[in-house]
Design a protein around this ligand. Structure first.
Ligand SMILES: [Zn+2]
Length: 300
């Protein structure tokens, strides 16, 4: 038993006990999830889950508490009270957000046998520095880790797709990859006359990519799945670039052939799959590299 107190002056008692989770009843449903700015996540079913409404009001409350703090004399009792108030608002924000994310992640994991998400570590670092983005990213990171352990609890499969997968730029109807799609473009029309909602289209592309990765055999922590780039693609810049790709290229393997192939037309996109339970069962490192899968596993 551990007793602790946080910065907001709240006491916590935690009990450690052993328990085993019963897997949730099996289902055949699968869902692709796209993380966004305007809405927190978009599902491949077309459903958009917005950031909770209380988020903004909580921010205003936090700003007020923070303004008060430097006006109090250092070392005074009022200063301590103001500090406590700021900590309380912070704690409240974190609690409400966590509660929201817990409900969302539990729902997603219970309803679906497979959850497919994108690996967004790089994207979130590079793209945008707005506050909305920051909140979204923090929530996304937390949601992802919840999905990871809950999938392991309930016997579900979590597939993480490589960050090079062009989920937004790929037309779900005809397979054309668009050259450029700035973040402020929320809706676009492909040459095949299909109009896409940016986020819904991305989520719908993520799902089959994950299904393909999963169909290529179980027990492999990471795998390569071929992704056929359309010959008319103007998206040459989408191919893996930078240090990672160069490192992979020098190591050989699919990524090495990758760069030349993309330049020539059809190429490969790496898909990553992480299944917590599998990782734990094999006791392997999360960074372990899988073997390339057979070409017949490719998406067309
Ligand atoms: Zn199209």
């Amino acid at each position: 038993m551990t007793v602790s107190r946080d910065a907001a002056g709240r006491w916590f008692v935690s009990l450690l006990c052993e328990d085993s989770m019963a897997p949730a009843p099996a289902t055949t449903a699968a869902v692709g999830i796209d993380a966004g700015v305007t809405s927190l996540v978009t599902l491949s079913t077309g459903e958009k889950v917005a950031n909770p409404k209380h988020e903004r009001r909580d921010r205003a409350r936090l700003a007020r508490a923070q303004r008060e703090l430097p006006r109090k004399a250092k070392g005074s009792a009022n200063r301590e009270k103001a500090r406590r108030r700021v900590a309380k608002v912070h704690a409240r924000i974190a609690d409400r957000r966590r509660d929201f994310l817990h409900k969302l992640s539990t729902r997603l994991v219970r309803e679906n046998q497979m959850v497919v998400i994108e690996d967004l570590t790089v994207r979130s670092l590079l793209k945008n520095h707005s506050l909305a983005r920051a909140i979204s990213d923090a929530s996304w990171t937390e949601l992802r880790s919840m999905l990871e352990y809950k999938c392991a609890w309930y016997g579900r499969e979590l597939v993480v797709i490589d960050r090079w997968f062009p989920s937004s730029k790929l037309c779900g109807a005809c397979g054309t990859v668009r050259g450029r799609l700035p973040l402020n473009v929320r809706e676009w029309t492909c040459d095949c006359d299909t109009t896409h909602d940016r986020d819904v289209n991305a989520a719908r592309n993520i799902l089959p990519a994950g299904l393909a990765a999963s169909a290529c055999g179980d027990g492999v922590r990471r795998k390569w799945v071929t992704f056929n780039w359309p010959a008319n693609s103007t998206a040459a810049h989408l191919r893996p670039q930078g240090r990672q790709a160069r490192r992979r290229a020098t190591e050989g393997g699919p990524a090495g052939t990758d760069r030349r192939r993309v330049a020539a037309g059809p190429g490969r996109v790496r898909l990553t799959r992480k299944v917590r339970s599998a990782r734990r069962a094999s006791g392997g490192r999360s960074g372990a590299r899988g073997k390339p899968v057979a070409p017949e596993c490719g998406r067309t």
